[in-house]
Design a protein around this ligand. Structure first.
Ligand SMILES: [Zn+2]
Length: 465
C-alpha cells in the first residue's frame, strides 16, 4: 500500500525512463538544442520578443551558449504581458499563431489590481503539456490507467482544473470531476465509488479531514484514498506525516503555474522521514533559473531566489525568461538520490516576492482590495487577514474603520456592498466586518502591511475545534 520508506527500496515510477535516467550532461545537451529552436521561433513570431531584443541590440545569433542566454536575454515580466495586451487586445503582440489556431484560451486567476495575463495554447501545446507534464507527475505519484481519481477543481478560465483533467485523461484514469460539489458531497462520492486518489491543496486536505470526522468517518479506515497530490501551497513539514497517518495514504506535492512552469515531488513524496522533499523541475518542458532578484545572477545550492521560466515548446504564446515572482529554495539534481537529471526546489516552502496572495487557488492583490475599500469616502482605513477557519476553510477577511460621521445603517449597507464588489473583482468571497479598534494609518506604498497571512499557523494546529 504505502511505499516502504524505511528500507530505501522504493520502486521508481518512470514515465520516460530514458529521459529520467539520462546523465545530466547528456540532458543539458538535448535541452540546449530545444532552447535554441525556441529562441529562434519566439524571436521570429513574437513582436514582444523582438521589441525586447531591440532595446539591447540583441539578435538570436548573439546567443551561442547557455551562458549567453542567461546573461544577455532580457527578463519578461507580468507588466510586459499586460502592456503587450493593451497594444493588441486580447492576446497581445506575442500571439505567435493565427487566432483560428488557438485551441485553448486561459487567464491568470483573479481580476487584480495588476491585470490578468492572457495565454493561449495550440492543440499541439495542449497535448504536449497534458502528456509531458501532467500525466508524468501523476505517474510519479503512482496513478495509472483505471485508477479512480478526484479532480476537485471546476473547469474555468484559470487553467488548473482543465489541465488536471487533461493529464488524467491522457493517463486513462477513471476521472471524478467533483468541482461543483461541496465538501460533504465530495466525501460521500469518494466513499461510494472507492476513489483511490485525490488532488487537494494542504488547506483543502485539512478541510476534507475535518468534514470527514464530522460525518463520523475515519478517512484511513472508511475511505479508500491511498495517494494524495497537493498543489504547491506552503505547509509545515509536520502536516504531511500527520495527514498520511490519518488517511493511511502517501502524500505528494507539485508546483505548477500558468506560465508553463511545472515540477513535482518524485516517488519519495512531500516529506520523507521528517525531511521535506523536492519539486523536480520538468526541464524537458521548460528551462528554469533561480536568480538573485537584486543582481539577476544565479543563486547557490540551498539559497533562496526568484524562479525564472522559459518554456521550451510553446507555439501559441511563447516568451523567454519570465520572472515568476515566486520565492523558492534551489537545489541541484543530486540533492535527491532518485537520480533524475532535473534541478530541484524545496517542497512546501514557496512564498512570493511581491504582495500577491493565493486564496483558494485565486490570485489576490492587496491593491485590488485597496481600490474597492479605500475608494469609499466613508472609510478611514482597513486591515485584512487570510486564515484557516474552524471548519478548516481558507477565509479572507477585511475589517474596516469608518469615519466618525457614518451612520449605523450606512455602515451595514456599505459592508455588504464592499463584500459584493470584492467578490466581483477577485472571484473570491470576502468576510467584511467593522474593525473593533482604531487601525494604524499607512502612508507607505508597501500596501501589504495591512495584511496578515495566518494560514501556516492554522495548519500547524493539531486539530481545529
Ligand atoms: Zn527524487
Amino acid at each position: 500500500m504505502l511505499c516502504n520508506r524505511e528500507s530505501g527500496t522504493m520502486e521508481k515510477r518512470y514515465y520516460h525512463r530514458e529521459l529520467e535516467t539520462m546523465p545530466r550532461s547528456d540532458f543539458l545537451a538535448c535541452q540546449w538544442q530545444k532552447l535554441k529552436e525556441q529562441i529562434e521561433y519566439t524571436y521570429r513570431k513574437s513582436d514582444l520578443c523582438r521589441r525586447q531584443f531591440a532595446q539591447t541590440g540583441l539578435t538570436p545569433v548573439d546567443i551561442k551558449t547557455r551562458e549567453d542566454f542567461t546573461r544577455k536575454v532580457p527578463f519578461t515580466t507580468k507588466q510586459d504581458f499586460i502592456a503587450d495586451q493593451q497594444i493588441s487586445p486580447p492576446y497581445g503582440t506575442r500571439l505567435a499563431v493565427a487566432e483560428n489556431e488557438v485551441f485553448l484560451t486561459y487567464l491568470t486567476s483573479g481580476t487584480s489590481g495588476r491585470g490578468q495575463e492572457v495565454h493561449a495554447m495550440t492543440e499541439e501545446d495542449y497535448h504536449f503539456y497534458a502528456s509531458e507534464a501532467i500525466a508524468m507527475l501523476y505517474t510519479w505519484c503512482g496513478w495509472k490507467r483505471g485508477d479512480k481519481v478526484m479532480n476537485p477543481l471546476p473547469l474555468g478560465m484559470p487553467i488548473g482544473g482543465t489541465l488536471r483533467y487533461a493529464g488524467l485523461l491522457r493517463l486513462g484514469c477513471d476521472i471524478f470531476n467533483l468541482g461543483m460539489y461541496d465538501t460533504k458531497a465530495k466525501l460521500e462520492l469518494m466513499q461510494r465509488f472507492k476513489i483511490s486518489g485525490i488532488n487537494a491543496s494542504a488547506a483543502y486536505l485539512q478541510a476534507l479531514t475535518n468534514q470527514a470526522e464530522e460525518m463520523g468517518l475515519d478517512p484511513g479506515r472508511d475511505l479508500s484514498v491511498r495517494r494524495i497530490l497537493m498543489a504547491g501551497q506552503a505547509y509545515p513539514a509536520s502536516f504531511v506525516p500527520r495527514m498520511q497517518e490519518k488517511w493511511q495514504a502517501k502524500i505528494y506535492d507539485y508546483y505548477g503555474a500558468t506560465q508553463y512552469s511545472v515540477g513535482s515531488t518524485c516517488e519519495k513524496g512531500a516529506v520523507t522521514e521528517g525531511r521535506r522533499g523536492y519539486y523536480h523541475l520538468f526541464e524537458h518542458v521548460a528551462l528554469h533559473e533561480v536568480i538573485d532578484p537584486e543582481t539577476g545572477g544565479p543563486v547557490e545550492p540551498g539559497e533562496v531566489g526568484e524562479l525564472v521560466v522559459t518554456p521550451l515548446f510553446k507555439r501559441a504564446s511563447p516568451f523567454l525568461r519570465f520572472r515568476m515572482g515566486d520565492k523558492v529554495r534551489y537545489f541541484p539534481p543530486e540533492a535527491c538520490d532518485c537520480g533524475r537529471p532535473f534541478p530541484l526546489l524545496e517542497a512546501g516552502t514557496i512564498a512570493r516576492y511581491d504582495d500577491m496572495m493565493k486564496v483558494r487557488g485565486m490570485n489576490i492583490w492587496p491593491q485590488a482590495v485597496d481600490e474597492v475599500v479605500l475608494g469609499k469616502p466613508e472609510i478611514a482605513e482597513y486591515k485584512g487577514r487570510v486564515y484557516i477557519s474552524d471548519e478548516a476553510k481558507e477565509k479572507i477577511e477585511v475589517a474596516v474603520e469608518f469615519k466618525p460621521d457614518a451612520s449605523p445603517e450606512a455602515r451595514r449597507a456599505l459592508l455588504a456592498r464592499i463584500g459584493d464588489e470584492l467578490r466581483e473583482k477577485t472571484g473570491v468571497s470576502f468576510i467584511t466586518n467593522e474593525a473593533a479598534e482604531t487601525l494604524p494609518r499607512y502612508v507607505t506604498k508597501s500596501l501589504s502591511l495591512r495584511w496578515a497571512d495566518e494560514r501556516i499557523k492554522g495548519l500547524e494546529k493539531k486539530r481545529m475545534d
